[in-house]
Design a binder for this molecule. Structure first.
Ligand SMILES: Cc1cc2nc3c(=O)[nH]c(=O)nc-3n(C[C@H](O)[C@H](O)[C@H](O)COP(=O)(O)OP(=O)(O)OC[C@H]3O[C@@H](n4cnc5c(N)ncnc54)[C@H](O)[C@@H]3O)c2cc1C
Length: 342
């Protein structure tokens, strides 16, 4: 049972999750004993695909199928699904794996429907049992994990971002001449009355995207007001991270909606998540279960966030955050007056 890692690059270059996607695909191929393939779909000229194809081969793909057309550049998820519905069967793979960035999360389930395949999303672990794959994913808002076995001959799985690691071994040496197979887009994939992107506007978010941040300092109702978020921003700056918020803080108007983390906000997977004045409701934790380390500052020792945290500080954040910021600034040699400013 071959596995194909599907890499979407409508803007020409793939997103940041390619290494992790290949990490998952390597494990899936190992579980089935099948061949590992990659398929890249790019809104660019065919000649511009060589570096991406080589990267995918080095990351473990035995063959890389490449389909390029500059017309894909302004296409929406529907056009990518239409193209993939023709291209994935051409690879011969019965399992397709996509990165769960916002585009992949849209395309994956729709592609599964078009192919009549089983759809699995939010995959955080792959297990092999008797030559079959068990896909592990969170359920009940992150409170439990389910191990899912697909019953259909084909599966389309979407990987949760920032959970898998890049494959341990890289293929060395020159890329074999027959390792890259160029495919043409299926006839009509770009035709018809499809929505087209007519304009792109950058969001109002400053700094790095929450989904990509290695460190997130997040505030909740306990922060007490917008000025509290200034203190959080300083700590985030010192740690080179981003600021997030609970829904209560967003609803109160202290933080913009695009910073909300949780079931109805962003799903994040930083190395370090610092929760300040956040109680730890299941709907909030649903967005944080991919964090490697959670640190909580809360004045209530019974707050549920401490059950999710590796390190907890039971204290009024106003007392500890400035000190912590200043100490870290000194230790890391960044903005030593951070605390005094607060
Ligand atoms: C369908 C649905 C979807 C939802 N989706 C989301 C979501 O995506 N994201 C989300 O966050 N929530 C979501 N919620 C809301 C969620 O249930 C909680 O209400 C919310 O997460 C609570 O936010 P909070 O922890 O900031 O506030 P609270 O629960 O009010 O907690 C505030 C915490 O701050 C502490 N505190 C107070 N003062 C201080 C201080 N000075 N220093 C230190 N600690 C202090 C308190 O002890 C308390 O633990 C959703 C709810 C529903 C029903």
């Amino acid at each position: 049972m071959s596995v194909v890692a599907v890499v979407l690059a409508p803007e020409g270059t793939p997103g940041s999750g390619v290494d992790e996607l290949m990490g998952c695909a390597v494990e899936a191929a190992r579980a089935t004993g099948g061949e590992l393939l990659a398929l890249v779909l790019a809104g660019t000229e065919r000649t511009a695909l060589a570096p991406t194809a080589e990267r995918l081969w080095r990351l473990g793909a035995r063959r890389v199928f490449a389909a390029a057309d500059p017309a894909l550049r302004d296409s929406d998820a529907g056009a990518l699904v239409a193209a993939l519905a023709g291209l994935v069967p051409e690879t011969g793979a019965s399992v397709a794996v996509l990165d769960g960035d916002p585009l992949g999360a849209q395309v994956g389930p729709r592609l599964a429907m078009r192919l009549g395949a089983a759809s699995v999303t939010e995959v955080v672990e792959v297990r092999g049992v008797d030559g079959q794959i068990l896909w592990v994913r969170p359920i009940y808002g992150g409170k439990a994990m389910a191990a899912v076995r697909a019953r259909r001959p084909r599966t389309v799985a979407v990987v949760r971002p920032r959970v898998f690691r890049a494959p341990a071994a890289m293929q060395e040496g020159p890329v074999p001449a027959d390792a890259v197979v160029h495919l043409s887009l299926p006839a009509g994939a770009l035709g018809g009355a499809r929505p087209r992107v007519v304009e792109r506007r950058a969001g109002s978010s400053e700094g790095q995207k929450l989904e990509d941040a290695r460190v997130i300092v997040s505030g909740g109702r306990g922060v007490g007001g917008p000025e509290g978020f200034e203190a959080l921003r300083r700590l985030a700056e010192v740690l080179g991270g981003a600021v997030g918020a609970s829904r209560a803080a967003v609803d109160a108007g202290w933080a913009p909606a695009h910073l909300q983390i949780g079931q109805t906000g962003k799903i994040v997977a930083p190395d370090l998540y610092v929760a300040v004045g956040i109680s730890g409701a299941s709907q909030h934790l649903a967005g944080v279960s991919g964090a490697r380390h959670v640190v909580a500052i809360n004045k209530d020792p019974e707050a549920p966030i401490f059950r999710a945290a590796e390190l907890g500080l039971v204290e009024d954040y106003r007392k500890v955050l400035p000190l912590l910021t200043d100490r870290l600034a000194q230790a890391l040699g960044r903005g030593g007056d951070a605390a005094r400013a607060s």
